[in-house]
Design a protein around this ligand. Structure first.
Ligand SMILES: Cc1ncc(COP(=O)(O)O)c(C=O)c1O
Length: 369
């Protein structure tokens, strides 16, 4: 085995105990006499997996009992369209906070199906801060259908400390920080998250919907000529318990095991404390490097999941990544759209990985600084 510390932004590191459980079910699952990926999604054993995955997400996030949980496909990227399609009519305005590449992508999809207002865009400041201080947020229309925000900006390394304060129905993209800290599910009408960071492999998207959101879909469908296409309609998926079409059975199983692991490790408060320690150690290493390393994100907006930084001389960044990899520290290159360096500190990353990275950074700065 040559597994190294894996700082990938997603798909990302998974706990070894979960990986062992996954490999065990490939050949034979329970008493099915066939592997997990070889049985029908409508078989009793798989239906039980799906039910457990729904219940576990609610338990782990302490969600209201009447929350609808769906496991869909198409990634968080399809949610950009589905949320707008189902919760804003063609003449409605939806409000988006543009805090990074994924918010920008969500806005692009929403504009296809409704009107969009953007009271905050971080674009002009290279997305280095979130609208957390007085005067940073523009006026929010009272009559809007919903407010959409990206809880953690995976590419730029910023994170809302709490959901934005609004009276509007709230939709959150929690793809890169779900289950890393407590979240007030009841304050949201919709939460969605691609699984491939804190919840398992890619190919499954978790969606949580309030009763109010579920009731709103029929109203919006009536405003759309031809209604809402079945695959984009949450109520269609809900009526079939996420089995309107064949779900990603392996992905849902993996997600169910991940949620069991999160609970067994101590739940979201445990991971909140852990990622706070890990990110603090990393930001301290950056801020204490005498300018050799710099973190572009304003301190109040910094993410505890994706830490991004630069080296004073950017020509050293590829060398840093290459030497880090040789030292057993993988996937530290920043997103291809922004460059620089990034360490993703998802739930399954052991704290020892961050200690190793901090030591490597100190030695690199000493030898090149
Ligand atoms: C915050 C956020 N939203 C959306 C996406 C897009 O997810 P997907 O690739 O599952 O469509 C990502 C992917 O990294 C993300 O980090």
């Amino acid at each position: 085995m040559t597994r190294a510390w894996n700082f990938s932004a997603g798909p990302a590191v998974l706990p070894e105990s979960v990986l062992e459980e996954l490999s065990a079910v490939l050949l034979e699952f329970g008493d099915c006499r066939a592997g997990l990926m070889e049985i029908s999604h409508r078989s009793k054993p798989f239906v039980a997996v799906m039910e457990s995955a729904r219940e576990r997400l609610k338990q782990v996030l302490d969600a209201p009992a009447d929350t609808t949980v769906l496991y869909l496909q198409g990634g968080a990227s399809l949610q950009f369209l589905m949320t707008a399609m189902c919760f804003a009519g063609p003449e409605d305005t939806a409000v988006y906070l543009d805090t990074g590449s994924w918010s920008t992508a969500a806005i692009k999809e929403a504009r296809r199906v409704c009107k969009v207002a953007v009271p905050f865009s971080g674009k002009v400041s290279q997305f280095t801060y979130l609208p957390l201080q007085d005067g940073e947020m523009g006026p929010i229309p009272d009559e809007a259908a919903f407010l959409h925000y990206t809880s953690n900006n995976t590419v730029r390394g910023s994170q809302f400390p709490a959901p934005p304060d609004t009276q509007l129905p709230l939709i959150g993209d929690l793809s890169s920080d779900i289950c890393s800290r407590p979240v007030d599910v009841a304050r949201h009408d919709v939460i969605y998250a691609g699984a491939q960071k804190n919840l398992g492999p890619s190919g499954v998207t978790a969606v949580m919907l309030s009763p109010r959101a579920m009731a709103r879909i029929a109203e919006v469908a009536a405003q759309r000529p031809g209604g809402i296409p079945s695959m984009l309609d949450y109520s269609v998926h809900a009526a079939k318990d996420s089995m309107f079409n064949t779900p990603n059975t392996f992905g849902v199983f993996a997600l169910e095991r991940m949620l069991a692991w999160v609970a067994a490790e101590g739940g979201v408060t445990h991971f909140q404390a852990k990622s706070a320690r890990m990110s603090a150690a990393l930001y301290a290493a950056i801020d204490g490097s005498g300018g050799f390393y710099t973190a572009p994100v304003r301190p109040d907006s910094r993410s505890s999941m994706n830490v991004v930084w630069r080296i004073q001389d950017p020509a050293l960044e590829p060398i840093f990544c290459k030497e880090a990899e040789a030292a057993g520290l993988l996937a530290l290159k920043g997103h291809r759209s922004v460059g620089g360096l990034r360490a993703s500190l998802y739930n399954a990353l052991p704290e020892a990985a961050v200690s190793a990275l901090v030591a490597f950074m100190a030695e690199f700065a000493r030898s090149r600084g």
